[in-house]
Structures are given as C-alpha cells and as structure tokens.
Design a protein around this ligand. Structure first.
Ligand SMILES: [Zn+2]
Ligand SMILES: [Zn+2]
Length: 317
C-alpha cells in the first residue's frame, strides 16, 4: 500500500514552490515530441499520396512556434500577474481545503467544470475568442495542433474562470497544477490515429473523436464539445455532438499566414477595428462581449439565425 500522505506532502512541497502551470508542460515536452514523431512516421507514407495529408510541415512548424512563444511568455505572465491575483483571492478564501487524494479528484472535477465554461466562453464571447481562435487556426489535425496556443490567453483573462476554486479554499498552485494536468491530457486528443474508443469511454471522456468534431468548421460541429478531460458537461449542458461525417478542420474564414504575430493578433485587430467603427456605444461595445459571428449591420438577423448559419468570422468580409 503506497504511503499517500508522504507522497502528497512531497508533491505538495514541489508544487507550492514551483510555477507548475507551465513547467509541467515543459517537463512533459520530450514525451509530446516523441508522440509527434511516431505519429508523423505512422502517416508519412499515406500523406505523400493524400490530397488531405495529416501532416503539413509548414503548418506543424507554425503550431510549434506558437507553442514555444506561448510557454515562454505565459511563465512570465503567470508569475507576475496570475499568481499574485490568485494569492489575493486565496487570502480572502471562504475556507481552507488541504489536498488529499480524494480532494484532488474533487479539485480535478471542479477545474474541469471551470474549463468547460472557459472554453464555451472562448467560443461565444468575442473577447475570449480573440485568444482562442489561434488554437483553431490549423487545417490539419495531429498532435502538433495541440501546441498551437496564444500567449495572450492570460491577458484575455482565462485564469479568471478558475478563481472560484481558489475562493472556496484550494491553494492557487494546486489549482494551476491541476489545470496543467488537464491540458496535458488534452494533448493526446489531437489525433486522427485513434478512431472511436469503447462506448463507456466515449460516453464519459473527451476523446480524439469528440475533439476532432470540436475542431471542425462543418456547420454541425461549430461550438460543440467544449470539455477538457470529460465530455459529461457537454452532454449535461446541450453542447455535445457525435463525430459522424468527415471533419473539415480549421476556421470558416481561414487566416493564410505563417507569421506568429499575425496568427496571434489578427482577431484582436479585427475586433478593435469593429469597435472603432462609428455608431452607438452599445453596439460598438457589443463587438467585445457579443458572439464572434455577431455583426451590427444585421443585429436582429444574427439573433434570429443563432449560431449555425453565421459561423465564426476571422476577418471582415
Ligand atoms: Zn475550442
Ligand atoms: Zn484542440
């Protein structure tokens, strides 16, 4: 029987003194790159004759560039902004919840719940979409797509979604560590290698099949399957879709650039341009909090047609 208390104290000591939010992902990066290499080898022969290759060298380089910049910048933002803000909330916490193995499970479920709402907000509120759009910019689905992230996430305020866990008494380092474990899991759902898994797993967990659908620009797949490790919140809150027809990966209005700066800021630039257009203040501000596809020229139409007929714009027409 393993000594859970000794193990927990050792892990706690490490977590409490380290910025684990990014370092866990850095530590795991050899495993990530190894996984990329074997997936690339697996599809290399088929990709040579395929009209829709799994791997495209330029595309994967873009993803890895963005992943590298994201990791470097995010460490700085987490240390200088996120952890101090979380420490302030923790100082005003409602109670104190020390970590035990079962409480870690509860924390993981809580962080997953927060992640679901962060991810849903990232698709339905343009401010957050400006950062998240980067992750959806690849027209290919392979493990390198998981690395495609925006270093402006912390600026957009993704960490605000996890503050409730700190407020109820979980230590900020533990909350961020748990989020990193969740993100590390998500690396492995970015693949076409794995078809559907056994039904009980597909019912509970976010799987490659569910996440392939999430990356689709086919109308039926847009704004579906927001879960990180689990798919149960999508089932509960009505955002689940089964992968049926072949997924067409990417954005409805694809951004054709390999420049990491362009790939990171294009939607911010578009949003600011929309806000600066003359008009009533209420409508101008709605470009920030409204859904990404909303356009003031047909405000009522956008409401009536909901999400399916006007999927995400990434540039002005
Ligand atoms: Zn997404
Ligand atoms: Zn993804």
């Amino acid at each position: 029987m393993p000594d859970f208390n000794a193990l927990t104290s050792a892990v706690s000591a490490w977590i409490a003194h380290t910025e684990t939010r990014d370092w866990l992902l850095v530590l795991l990066s050899p495993l990530f790159f190894f996984t990329v290499a074997i997936e690339w080898l697996r599809f290399r022969r088929e990709d040579k004759i395929s009209s829709k290759p799994v791997y495209d060298l330029r595309d994967s380089m873009d993803s890895m560039n963005l992943g590298g910049i994201y990791t470097l910048v995010d460490v700085v933002i987490v240390v200088t902004l996120v952890l101090p803000a979380m420490a302030w909330v923790y100082a005003h916490r409602l109670t104190t919840i020390d970590i035990t193995p079962w409480r870690f499970v509860a924390l993981y479920l809580g962080v997953e719940f927060c992640y679901y709402w962060f991810h849903r907000a990232s698709h339905r509120i343009r401010w957050f979409w400006c950062a998240h759009v980067v992750h959806h910019g690849s027209e290919h689905m392979n493990f390198t797509a998981a690395m495609r992230q925006s270093w402006l996430y912390s600026f957009a305020g993704n960490w605000l979604f996890y503050l409730p866990m700190v407020l109820i008494g979980f230590e900020p380092h533990w909350v961020l560590f748990t989020l990193s474990v969740n993100l590390a899991y998500q690396f492995f759902v970015h693949t076409q290698w794995v078809d559907k898994l056994p039904a009980p797993i597909e019912f509970i967990f976010n799987t490659p099949s569910h996440h392939r659908a999430h990356h689709g620009r086919n109308p039926q797949y847009i704004d579906r399957n927001f879960g990180g490790t689990l798919i149960v919140f999508d089932r509960l809150f009505g955002t689940f879709v089964q992968e049926t027809v072949a997924v067409d990966y990417g954005l409805v209005r694809q951004v054709r650039s390999h420049n990491p700066i362009t790939l990171t800021i294009h939607e911010w630039v578009d949003m600011i341009r929309d806000v600066l257009r003359p008009g009533p203040l209420r409508l101008r501000l709605k470009h920030i909090w409204g859904p990404p596809e909303w356009d003031r020229s047909n405000d009522n139409v956008a409401h009536a047609s909901e999400r399916s007929s006007r999927p995400h714009r990434t540039a002005r027409p």
